[in-house]
Write a protein that binds this ligand. Structure first.
Ligand SMILES: [Zn+2]
Length: 124
């Protein structure tokens, strides 16, 4: 299931971000895990963050647990499955998408500056 944390605001999400969310959701679903978006255009991020431009979303990983694991104990999370899900998401989302496995979430963004064309899409 695709879920939104109550504080996650989808204000002016780019269509590319929506597509990224659908792809990440489909990978979580394959592993039988709920995909919870914990942040979009909200929260506190670095000053230049694409979160403030509808170009990024964060995905919960604390629900991916080993048997008997607890969400408040990262050492009991299923890091093998988390890494598998992360790698599959990365493989399914080539540039301009970028995914980063942070210590308690997967950060995903679409950054056309990184698109492999001369100068990128936005810089001519
Ligand atoms: Zn993020």
């Amino acid at each position: 299931m695709l879920l939104l944390k109550s504080s996650a605001i989808p204000f002016l999400l780019k269509p590319e971000t929506v597509l990224m969310i659908q792809v990440v959701h489909s990978v979580y679903d394959k592993y039988g895990k709920d995909c919870t978006i914990t942040s979009m255009n909200d929260g506190v991020h670095s000053k230049s963050s694409l979160h403030y431009h509808g170009g990024a979303a964060d995905f919960r990983i604390k629900n991916i647990l080993r048997p008997g694991g607890r969400e408040d104990d990262p050492l009991s999370w299923d890091w093998t499955m988390i890494n598998k899900i992360f790698r599959e998401c990365k493989a399914a989302l080539p540039l301009p998408f970028q995914l980063i496995l942070e210590k308690d979430h997967i950060h995903g963004e679409v950054d056309w500056k990184n698109f492999p064309r001369q100068g990128g899409m936005l810089n001519g």
